[in-house]
Design a protein around this ligand. Structure first.
Ligand SMILES: NC(=O)c1ccc[n+]([C@@H]2O[C@H](COP(=O)([O-])OP(=O)(O)OC[C@H]3O[C@@H](n4cnc5c(N)ncnc54)[C@H](OP(=O)(O)O)[C@@H]3O)[C@@H](O)[C@H]2O)c1
Length: 272
């Protein structure tokens, strides 16, 4: 399976599906998932300092013999490492664990009050040094993005946020799209909740697909990068097998009705 690329505003390409690695904390399971994903066609891996598996990802990629330039690696700076003196050592440690001298995409994991603004200067430094080929943010609201766009010298390429059929975030999506910021949909399967929803099942049976594949395809149709997580080989393969069909206007209209503002992760809307 070949996954298409999207173009980021910095000019680099990003594979539209990446394997999510949150909660994949066991070394053997994590390495097996990464190696299976490579065989299935994934070339994009989404980790973070707080996931405690950067080293497993780095080791799995090395053991699989994948040339560095053939994979796209994202990591994220964790909240307690955003402070001025903590940023650099934590980033160096991430590179060491990942067994690489650059990441393709570096994100601020969460818009921590009083930390996110100085941290962006550190992000820009990593970008200018070539240690991060692109830089972006995660869990930013429109207000956080407005602040950043007013002040930055390097624009964020992505905003990685919780985004799925049950949490469609139309205002945030429109703002990012108007400003050339690609949306990365995290928890695209709503963390496994509501996958038996009747409307989802109807669309799935119409296309002879699973409800997981419909949820992922819904993101693809809208030009989002999608980051499904699974630790199971069959599901890893299933989640990338979403390119031989498309959702029509009727399907999209039905799926639009599922937006319930349902969050599975943290809510950044009240972070000042
Ligand atoms: N930036 C952030 O703050 C943030 C926050 C949350 C997530 N993320 C990123 O987004 C990724 C995905 O989010 P997520 O892990 O919350 O949830 P998700 O991908 O929405 O759902 C994962 C859950 O669905 C199950 N699953 C996967 N494929 C399935 C399939 N085909 N059929 C049925 N069940 C399936 C998984 O179980 P098994 O593993 O047992 O298959 C797991 O329980 C994360 O791994 C991470 O990379 C980022």
């Amino acid at each position: 399976m070949t996954v298409p690329d999207l173009k980021l505003n910095s000019g680099i390409a990003i594979p539209q599906i990446g394997l999510g690695l949150w909660l994949n904390k066991n070394e053997e399971t994590c390495k097996a998932a990464v190696k299976h994903a490579l065989k299935a066609g994934y070339r994009h891996f989404d980790t973070a300092q707080i996931y405690a598996n950067e080293a497993y990802l780095g080791a799995a990629l090395k053991e699989a013999g994948t040339p560095r330039q053939d994979v796209f690696i994202t990591t994220k700076i964790w909240n307690e490492n955003l402070w001025w003196d903590g940023f650099d050592p934590s980033f160096d440690e991430s590179l060491q664990k990942l067994q690489t001298d650059y990441v393709d995409l570096l994100l601020i994991h969460f818009p921590v009050t009083n930390q996110r603004r100085p941290a962006w200067y550190k992000m820009e430094e990593k970008f200018k040094k070539g240690q991060a080929k692109a830089i972006g943010v995660s869990n930013y609201t429109v207000a956080h993005l407005e602040e950043l766009l007013r002040e930055c010298s390097v624009k964020p390429v992505v905003n990685q946020v919780e985004l799925h059929v049950f949490l469609q975030q139309p205002e945030l999506v429109a703002y990012c799209q108007q400003n050339g910021i690609v949306l990365e949909a995290y928890s695209p399967l709503a963390h496994g909740y509501h996958m038996d929803d009747p409307a989802l099942q109807q669309v799935a049976s119409k296309h002879s697909k699973t409800t997981a594949q419909i949820m992922i395809r819904w993101c693809i149709e809208q030009g989002f990068v999608v980051l499904p997580k699974s630790a199971h080989p069959d599901r890893i393969t299933e989640n990338i097998d979403v390119f031989g069909f498309s959702l029509d206007a009727q399907d999209m209209a039905k799926l639009k009705t599922l937006d319930k503002g349902f969050r599975t992760a943290w809510d950044p809307t009240h972070v000042t």
